[in-house]
Design a protein around this ligand. Structure first.
Ligand code: HEC
Length: 124
């Protein structure tokens, strides 16, 4: 397990987001909560994350997404554990000119945990 973890890190890969612990992800989400709620239609600086899983990026009607995010959605980007992991690693690299001005979560376990939490809370 240790060896696998190191190999995955060296390859730049992340632990599968399914391996995340939502209970620990709740604490990580404190870093997202100033900009995101899970209540449908309740947008803060960032859009509500209600139902975000398996949805095309940048497509809640009425929320003013950046052009970069809208273009990614139009190009077919759908939010899954894998794509969210890439986005949260370095938002501005995954989506150039995103208005999510957040540096990202460098720790792969933090990402897996917060994704597990978002998945649980975002469920419709
Ligand atoms: C400084 C405010 C801010 C923080 C902190 C922040 N976000 Fe965001 N987030 C945004 C904004 C703004 C957007 C819309 C980006 C765009 O249109 O380019 C966004 C978009 C997203 C999206 C895509 C939503 C959609 O409808 O396509 C996801 C998923 C997301 N954020 C998750 C997170 C998670 C998880 C965290 C914490 C690790 C986080 N964000 C932290 C502001 C923030």
């Amino acid at each position: 397990m240790m060896v696998f973890g190191l190999t995955a890190l060296q390859a730049g890969a992340a632990p599968a987001a399914e391996d995340g612990d939502w209970r620990q992800g709740r604490a990580v989400f404190a870093r997202c909560a100033s900009c995101h709620s899970f209540t449908e239609g309740q947008h803060r600086f960032g859009p509500s994350l209600h139902g975000v899983f398996d949805r095309k990026a940048g497509t809640i009607p009425g929320y003013p997404y950046s052009e970069g995010m809208q273009a990614k959605g139009a190009a077919g980007l759908v939010w899954t554990a894998e794509t969210m992991n890439l986005f949260l690693t370095k938002p501005g690299e995954f989506i150039p000119k995103t208005k999510m001005n957040y540096p990202g979560l460098p720790d792969a376990q933090d990402r897996a945990n917060v994704i597990a939490y978002v998945k649980r809370r975002a469920a419709k």
